[in-house]
Design a protein around this ligand. Structure first.
Ligand code: ATP
Length: 472
């Protein structure tokens, strides 16, 4: 079999189609016309998402002695957002084309300007805005039709309780990070962890983005997997850099384990003027998506900004007391911040493969395979009785029951075996176990490998052992 090369636009269309057809992700509220780029996870997508989150938790919380987890409230006291600076500065800048009414974020327009042939003379924001008048709209090509930039606050606002008063105004969190700072002292007390150590959280975050799109890349409701790693106040640059480098390596290891294509990943050092107000250093881990190279994850050295700000605003001490020296100080923080949806998109784009194969009838056909690492595959194994005759389904069902304690198992009796193999290839199931009429006599099944399509005849009592060896 040979791999078929695709252009990036084709790849994006194909991945979106596969995701919808096979039940990974589909538009939310679709029977009412959808809701501006909201997406629901279907039966296959929810398994992939759970596997990714569970693996992250296992690698970064359960397997490390220097990490603990929390699961905090989405709605927090509004003073949290005053202290963190979000109430004042969590804005997006919108520029609209007056002719076609397409709305753009200013930074997207700047990237477009800088990639155009008649490149602007400057990379400074003020200068870029001045030069925008001579650039055509990327959508309708009309020149000089952009509106003045407008600022929009990107936190979702709601009320606590039934009465709408300014005192009742609350916000949906735009990042999971703040709870890890606000709860820091309590977590030190109950976990008895000593510096350096980290707090991790996986959860929903909400941003009222002015433009959404590119499938699940930019959403208003999404999930984050974040770590706040607390260290002693550094005496030298090296003291925090060693932790920063460690987390950069950990992110790369993670990308490797989940099968993200290395050739599409770039580390980008973010210059001071583009960094968030709290960050002393930021490295964006960018991915070459079919619609351009954009942020996948962020890694930031947040200094002692957050804990100090919460101490100041709350009047409570969040200082750490060194048990050996008795000294008290505000710890500094390294933050690896990973988006779940962008992870899923990068994983799907990396795993999607088309191969030319010869069918049982000797005809050439295209096989779509999602070459997911088995550790995150929605199902590890599919049990496929050749027909739905009772004697076969009974045997298949008892194999399913045998395996479900150890593996996530799909069970499918519909359609021809060829079509069922194709479906399992497309949802990335590493192994298919076929129960046929010979199985009734020889007590063996056929196990087919997703990637090589090689088939082994295996004794039923040895299936678990076989899969355990293969799925390491
Ligand atoms: P961008 O520049 O793309 O808006 P950001 O720098 O604002 O991203 P962060 O605040 O660093 O993003 O958030 C951490 C991570 O959360 C990002 O690296 C990304 O994986 C994810 N993320 C942020 N915003 C969104 C969104 N609107 N939709 C989906 N994931 C997001």
């Amino acid at each position: 079999m040979t791999s078929i090369k695709k252009t990036d636009t084709e790849l994006m269309d194909k991945v979106v189609r596969l995701a919808r057809n096979r039940g990974f992700v589909f538009p939310g509220s679709e029977i009412y016309g959808g809701l501006q780029n909201s997406w629901d996870y279907g039966p296959i997508g929810v398994e992939l998402k759970r596997n990714i989150k569970e693996l992250w938790w296992k690698m970064f919380v359960l397997e490390r002695p220097d990490m603990v987890g929390i699961d905090a409230n989405i709605i927090m006291n509004t003073r949290v957002w005053e202290a963190s600076g979000h109430l004042d500065s969590f804005n997006d800048t919108l520029i609209e084309c007056k002719k076609c009414h397409t709305r753009f974020r200013d930074d997207d327009l700047f990237v477009y300007m800088l990639s155009e042939k008649g490149k602007p003379r400057s990379t400074n924001t003020e200068e870029l805005l001045k030069e925008l008048v001579s650039f055509p709209c990327p959508e309708c090509n009309n020149v000089g039709e952009f509106t003045k930039p407008k600022f929009f606050h990107t936190m979702f606002r709601t009320n606590l309780g039934s009465i709408e008063t300014p005192e009742n105004t609350v916000y949906l969190r735009p990042e999971t990070a703040q709870a890890m700072f606000v709860d820091f002292a309590e977590i030190v007390r109950v976990s008895r962890k000593r510096l350096p150590f980290g707090i991790a959280q996986i959860g929903k975050a909400f941003r009222n983005e002015i433009t959404t799109g590119n499938f699940i890349f930019r959403l208003r409701e999404f999930e984050q997997m974040e770590i706040e790693y607390f260290i002693e106040p550094p005496k030298t640059k090296k003291d925090w850099e060693k932790h920063f480098d460690h987390w950069l390596k950990e992110i790369k290891k993670w990308l490797d384990v989940i099968g993200v294509d290395k050739n599409r990943v770039k580390e980008v050092e973010i210059p001071k003027k583009e960094r968030a107000h709290y960050s002393e250093r930021t490295v964006d881990i960018e991915f070459q998506y079919p619609f351009g190279q954009k942020e996948l994850y962020g890694l930031a050295y947040r200094t002692d900004y957050d804990i100090s700000a919460h101490q100041k605003h709350s009047g409570e001490s969040l200082k750490y007391r060194d048990p050996k020296t008795g000294k008290e100080f505000v710890p500094h923080v390294i933050e690896p911040s990973l988006g779940v949806e962008r992870t899923i998109l990068a994983v799907l784009l990396s795993a999607y493969t088309e191969e030319e194969v010869v069918s049982a009838k000797g005809e050439k056909e295209t096989r779509i395979v999602l070459k997911l690492p088995s550790i995150i595959a929605p199902y590890k194994v599919a049990i496929l009785p050749l027909s739905d005759k009772a004697e076969l389904t009974k045997m298949a069902e008892s194999i399913r029951k045998e395996l479900i304690g150890d593996f996530s198992v799909d069970y499918d009796t519909t359609q021809s075996i060829g079509k069922r193999y194709r479906r399992q290839d497309e949802i990335g199931t590493p192994y298919c176990v076929t129960v046929d009429f010979d199985s009734l006599d020889d007590k063996k099944v056929t196990i087919r490998d997703r990637d090589t399509m090689k088939q082994d005849r295996v004794e039923i009592k040895k299936i678990r052992e076989y899969l355990n060896k293969k799925l390491i």
